[in-house]
Design a protein around this ligand. Structure first.
Ligand code: APR
Length: 251
């Protein structure tokens, strides 16, 4: 499962960062960006839908995708991997840096979570940036998804957009600075469920390694993180993380 050298390295580490990607939420039923999508979304590439250009061109399609994802998220539950990290944080000050737009780390009970790509549960005006509180996601969405007209800003009537970082957009400076600081001051990075292809988030393990940190990857498949990893655990997040927490005696 997880070799003794890995468990010993984790036991000896003083400042651990967990860096999670979409694979962290896969066992909660949330499709990753490399998975096959269903219904309407099958004909679109997530990398193309998650852009300001797509929203400008067809706001109802993009808003419909995010509302469909938000509705699925509300039906999903944190998996054993999320819960293991929350349990771990009860005994040890883990910092979690996530690329995920879901709120499953928080719903599992984790604190100190840095969201590098924003949140499905945040929204703001695409014109004046005024925050737009979201009601619960629609419950009667068709399984295959569909177009939904985005709400209008209460201040300027601009179109409300998802509070996520789209491809080609800059990350929120505060989140990026916090993530870089955590990575550069860590002595061990546990990279869980990320393909390591989306910059600058994918640099987290590299920034840590440059400062002498050990990098351990948890991913059933090879990824771009392989080249910077000292160890690769070819198993799933919901299998490995509970095992680690048990081996640390934090259950
Ligand atoms: N446990 C661990 N890893 C898993 C699991 C699992 N159960 N299931 C899949 N994986 C791995 C896949 O092998 C893949 O390498 O998770 C990775 C998911 O990769 P991506 O879908 O590319 O997700 P991510 O690395 O988070 O990058 C996508 O870019 O699209 C933007 O903001 C978006 O945060 C998102 C990021």
């Amino acid at each position: 499962m997880v070799s003794e050298p890995i468990i010993n390295a984790i036991k000896q580490a003083r400042r651990i960062v967990v860096f999670s990607g979409a694979g962290m939420s896969a066992e909660s039923g949330i499709p990753t960006f490399r998975d096959d999508w269903v219904g309407l979304w099958q004909q679109y590439d997530p990398m193309e839908l998650a852009t300001a250009e797509a929203f400008k061109k067809d706001p109802e399609l993009v808003w419909g995708w995010y509302e469909w994802r938000r509705a699925r998220l509300e039906q999903a539950q944190p998996n054993a991997g999320h819960l293991a990290l929350a349990q771990w944080q009860k005994h040890y000050p883990l910092t979690i840096i996530t690329q995920n737009e879901d709120n499953l780390h928080k719903r599992a009970g984790s604190y100190s979570v840095i969201h590098m790509h924003g949140s499905l549960n945040a929204a703001y005006c695409s014109l004046c940036k005024h925050p737009h509180p979201l009601p619960r996601a629609p419950v009667n969405l068709p399984l295959e998804g569909g177009r939904i007209a985005p709400p209008s800003c209460e201040l300027c009537q601009g179109l409300v957009r998802p509070g996520v970082v789209w491809f080609g957009e800059p990350l929120l400076q505060a989140d990026l600075r916090a993530a870089i600081y955590a990575a550069e001051n860590s002595d061990l990075v546990l990279a869980v469920g990320t393909s390591g292809v989306v910059q600058p988030a994918a640099l987290i393990p590299y920034w840590a390694k440059e400062k002498g940190a050990l990098v351990i990857q948890v991913n059933p498949k090879e990824s771009s993180i392989d080249e910077v990893s000292d160890y690769n655990v070819r198993q799933s997040a919901a299998t490995v993380l509970p095992y680690i927490v048990q081996a640390l005696g934090y259950n």
